[in-house]
Design a protein around this ligand. Structure first.
Ligand SMILES: [Zn+2]
Length: 261
């Protein structure tokens, strides 16, 4: 089955894509269906957002409301749990450790983690290089690649600061490494988890809640700006469709049908 790749660039505001020197990110809207007005969830904080992305329910349903992980209030299967149960091979590449708990133990065929978000400005390149190395030898069905440094620089220097935009440009080069290694029949979904303002995020302000959301690949409308409202709750159902697996009945998001040509 063709590869489905999910890339998440933490803390990336949609308006940063136009302000930063990021040719790889800038090439994606022409290649696929996109919106620069997708919605995060409250609280617009990394772990609650990721739990919502992978389980397609809001934080008030899964119960993870801070970056301190806890068992879900009422557990439900997430995207990778569903994919694994359907026989799909899934792999994770990430550099923020709490993301280890997005799936049930036993659901991943491969996982690579390195704690470099706060220590290495090229930390996301390390993650991309490992993903590329893995893809050169294995044929997974689904790969999640998480880049965490843009968010850490936002907290240090401020969202939309020169340092923040320079970091997004650096991460764009890591993304370029990954894109160049993908088989031509791959499908890519790329988004952020939340935005940010000043040196923080977590509020319901538009700066924190608005995220980019893009899909490109075979059968996806090229150069198409989505007209319907997209939420990060829609990511798992959309990825499930791309993976040809069933969404879980408890998921609250929808497959964004409008992306398909
Ligand atoms: Zn985040």
């Amino acid at each position: 089955m063709p590869l489905v790749v999910f890339v998440l660039i933490d803390g990336t505001r949609p308006d940063a894509l136009a302000a930063a020197d990021c040719p790889n990110l800038a090439s994606l809207p022409a290649r696929g269906a996109f919106t620069f007005r997708a919605a995060s969830v409250m609280p617009s904080v990394t772990l609650p957002c990721h739990m919502s992305i992978f389980h397609s329910v809001p934080p008030e349903r899964h119960g993870v409301t801070t970056n301190d992980w806890r068992p879900m209030a009422r557990p439900l299967p997430g995207l990778v749990d569903q994919a694994h149960a359907a026989g799909k091979r899934c792999a994770f590449f990430y550099n923020w450790e709490p993301l280890r708990n997005l799936n049930l133990p036993g659901s991943l065929a491969f996982s690579y983690f390195r704690d470099n978000v706060y220590t290495d400005s090229n930390g996301d390149q390390v993650i991309a290089d490992e993903a590329v190395r893995y893809l050169s030898t294995d044929q997974p069905d689904f790969v999640f690649v998480y880049f965490g440094t843009v968010d850490s620089i936002g907290h240090r220097h401020g969202w939309m600061s020169a340092e923040y935009l320079a970091q997004l440009a650096r991460v764009d080069r890591a993304l370029g490494t990954l894109l160049a290694a993908l088989p031509p029949d791959s499908t890519l979904l790329l988004q952020s988890d939340h935005g940010g303002h000043e040196r923080t995020h977590g509020t319901d302000s538009p700066e924190d809640m608005t995220i980019p959301w893009l899909v490109a690949g075979p059968g996806i409308r090229p150069g198409y700006e989505l007209k319907t409202a997209v939420s990060l709750l829609d990511t798992a159902p959309t990825l499930a469709r791309l993976l040809k697996i069933n969404p879980h009945p408890d998921w609250e998001g929808r497959c964004v049908e409008e992306i398909f040509a």
